[in-house]
Each structure stands twice: as C-alpha cells, then as structure tokens.
Design a protein around this ligand. Structure first.
Ligand code: PGA
Length: 258
C-alpha cells in the first residue's frame, strides 16, 4: 500500500480557487500576477489557489515562490511516467510546486470523455503523490430536471473514491452543477448548501472514520457580486471560479468577499 500524505490543521481554512481553463499565456500570467499579488498580500486567513494552464505553471511557480498563494494544476495523468504522449505526470507538477490538482472537471468529463474509472485512478495517484485533489462533481441540466441531482453526485463521489475510501480527509470536493458553469446562471446559495450538506453526509457514509477535513467548494458562475452569498452558507467551504478569475481585480473581489 502506498504512503499517503497527511494534512495539518491549516487545511480547514476556506479556499478560494481560480480555474483559468485554457486562458492566459505565460506572459499574460506574469502580468496577472504582478497585478494580483499586491492586492492579496495581506489576506492570509483563507487559502488562495491559482490553477493556470500547464504552460503557465513554470512562470507562476517562480513568481509565487515565497508567497502564501498556492499553485494547482487543472489535470494530471495517473501513471508516474512513460509512453503517454501529451500527458503530464504528478512528479513533473510537484517539481513546479503544484500542491492541488483539479480532477474530473465537467469539461474533462463531457468534452474529453473522462470516465468515473479514469477519474478514480487520478484521485488515487494524487493521494499517493501527496498532492491534494479537488474532485469535481455535478449534475447536468436534464439530470437536475429529472430529480437526479443527489443520485448523480453520489455515484460520482463513490466511484471516484473507490479503493481509497479511507482517505476522504485528504481531498476536497467541488460541487459544480454543469448547467451553472460558464452560463451566468449560478445555483442559488440555498440549493448549493443542500447539496454540500448531502456530500458531507455521504463522506461520512463512505468512510465512517472521516474526520470532516474535506472542504466542499461551490463552482458555476461565481462572480464578485454573488461570492459572498455562497460563502455565507454553512457548508460552503470555498469556491472554484472560472471566468471571473481571469481578471486579477475581479478575482481579488471574490477572495475578499466574505
Ligand atoms: P465559471 O467556471 O466560474 O466560469 O462558471 C467554473 C468552473 O468551471 O470551474
């Protein structure tokens, strides 16, 4: 059995994360960080995570060295190395100071065909490597309309964690309803709260020894205006922000929204 990573108490801080998706070149990343870092210099009571594209990790890693801003990646491969053209290993990412990986984002599931089985392999690989995965789950519109939200979320969580059930404390989960991503049509904070509470109960069921160190983030059309409303919900422990994180000032407003 591999050696798994364990996390200290600081991990319970709220986390505000930026998922830049396929945006910002290395030079644009540099410019972004020059604008962003002075804004968040004194904000240390919450975790701030940036997940740029792979090509910007190197420059971001250099600039973020010695700061409290965390670096994450948007994907990884589950094998440690080898003939996997176009893929990126966890060792490569760790060397750049990456400490989080977004796994199973709906764009990877629905555009690139990632299955629950593949996502499960990536989660296991992250845990083995001591990199904290952020597992993304969420229902599509037709599933929501059919009343299947909880069923879909439960299936995604259970399958992603199969084989690593006893490590539920070593990852975070982002609830991102697919219909809310990039649409300008977020879930209501109350709807998010209900699903977040359900996910926390589910984790207890998946792992009866679960200590409650898994943060559940909301993602899907978060912006500076609604961020604070989500963060006021009891079981919303953080945010995963796409479009509104691409501008340093807008992301800063979200970071300090609560
Ligand atoms: P959005 O994306 O904030 O642009 O809706 C969120 C995400 O996909 O993580």
């Amino acid at each position: 059995m591999p050696i798994f990573f364990s996390y200290d108490i600081l991990i319970l801080m709220k986390i505000i994360s930026a998922n830049w998706k396929m945006n910002l070149t290395p030079s644009q990343t540099k410019e972004y960080l020059q604008g962003f870092l002075p804004l968040v210099e004194d904000i240390k009571d919450r975790e701030i995570l940036l997940c740029p594209p792979f090509t910007s990790l190197c420059v971001a890693s250099e600039i973020l060295k010695g700061t409290h801003i965390k670096l994450g990646a948007q994907n990884c491969h589950y094998e440690p190395k080898g003939a996997f053209t176009g893929e990126i290993s966890l060792e490569m990412l760790k060397e750049l100071g990456v400490s989080y990986i977004i796994v199973g984002h709906s764009e990877r599931r629905w555009i690139f065909g990632e299955t629950d089985e593949l996502i499960s392999k990536k989660i296991t690989a992250c845990l083995e490597a001591g990199v904290r995965p952020i597992l993304c789950v969420g229902e599509r519109l037709e599933e929501r309309e059919a009343g299947l939200t909880f069923k879909v979320v439960e299936t995604q969580v259970r399958l992603a964690l199969s084989g690593v059930e006893s490590y539920t404390d070593d990852l975070d989960i982002a609830y991102e309803p697919v219909w809310a991503i990039g649409t300008g049509n977020p879930a209501t904070p109350e709807d998010a709260q209900v699903v977040h509470a359900y996910i926390k109960d589910l984790l207890q069921d998946v792992n009866p020894k679960h200590e409650g160190r898994t943060r559940v983030l909301y993602g899907g059309s978060v912006n500076p205006k609604n961020a604070g409303e989500f963060m006021r919900m009891r079981d919303v422990d953080g945010l995963l922000v796409g479009g509104a994180s691409l501008d340093p000032e807008s992301f800063y407003q979200i970071v300090k929204s609560f």
